[in-house]
Design a protein around this ligand. Structure first.
Ligand code: SF4
Ligand code: SF4
Length: 287
């Protein structure tokens, strides 16, 4: 079971939910796909035992073989290779490493060279297994590294994925083959606006979802009313509590010290399981 924890915007407490949920599951695998700013490790404090560089195969053109036919530029969907006046130019930062240009080059003038885009570290935190990716500074494309981080998913386990914030390509890449998506939000007009965008994205991906409302004792009722209208289950509501913010800002795992909230997370797990089995039943009936 792969559960992605996402949010339409940053600062809603997404990583807090991911880390504390994993802590409650104890033998889960945590995959931090927020590769531009991974911080689940700050709370779970894993002992890292492997560190690998992650690369992307980018094209290198052998000018002595190239006829300037332009085929590579035609097949590249990302404008990462262009041919102007029979001269080939490669923009490595735009290249997704798909290999199409090399495959279609009639002269076999393109070979691939690995370009480092980041690192992947893995380790353990108690019974948890932990993996995260760290994108190199200045590297514009997170999805290729996210794909590589996700290759480490152990399908037999319960997997908690901490997704990047927002609704752009890195989030889609992270969430797209999850079994369930938890959207973390806050009860404000901004929170609602970003939640609506996130819901739209998850619906397009066809993934069952539920919402966690943080700081539910402040703000307005807009998020709750929206969820009711849209038939989206509210899986957990956490009150505003200054101590939660203090735990976060000092890098502490909230449930370790504020034990009274363990019940909330216990209900969150029960509610996710109930939604997953409801979804499975609905699929069985459709067959
Ligand atoms: S497809 Fe090959 S031969 Fe044609 S322009 Fe590109 S590199 Fe040169
Ligand atoms: S590998 Fe793919 S993305 Fe990169 S330049 Fe070639 S066709 Fe474009």
């Amino acid at each position: 079971m792969v559960i992605a924890i996402a949010s339409g915007k940053g600062g809603t407490g997404k990583t807090t939910v991911a880390a504390n949920l994993a802590f409650m599951l104890d033998d889960a695998q945590v995959i931090d796909c927020d590769v531009e700013e991974p911080n689940a490790h700050l709370f779970l404090k894993p002992v890292m035992n492997t560190k690998e560089t992650a690369g992307l195969p980018v094209p290198v053109v052998d000018e002595s073989l190239c006829t300037g036919c332009g085929r590579c530029g035609e097949v590249c969907q990302y404008s990462a290779i262009v041919v102007i006046q029979k001269k080939v130019m490669v923009f490595h930062e735009l290249c997704h490493g798909c290999g199409a240009c090399a495959y279609f080059c009639p002269e076999k003038a393109i070979r691939e060279e690995e370009r480092e885009i980041g690192i992947i570290e893995s380790g353990t935190a108690g019974g948890l297994s932990f993996v995260h990716g760290i994108l190199n500074i200045g590297e514009p494309m997170a999805p290729p590294l996210i794909r590589k981080v996700k290759e480490r998913i152990e399908r037999g386990r319960t997997v908690i994925i901490d997704a990047p914030p927002g609704t752009s390509c890195p989030v889609v890449e992270t969430v797209r083959d999850a079994d369930f998506c938890v959207l973390v939000t806050e009860p404000t007009p901004f929170g609602l606006n970003d939640l609506e965008l996130a819901v739209e994205m998850v619906r397009k991906l066809g993934i069952p979802m539920g919402v966690v409302i943080n700081s539910c004792t402040i703000g307005d009722s807009g998020v709750r009313e929206y969820c009711e209208r849209e038939g989206i289950p509210v899986l957990m509501s956490m009150p505003w509590d200054r101590r939660i913010a203090e735990q976060y800002s000092s890098g502490m795992l909230m449930l370790r010290n504020l034990r009274e909230y363990r019940e909330h997370y216990g209900s969150l797990i029960t509610n996710i399981r109930a939604e997953l089995s409801r979804d499975e039943t609905a699929h069985c009936h459709q067959r």
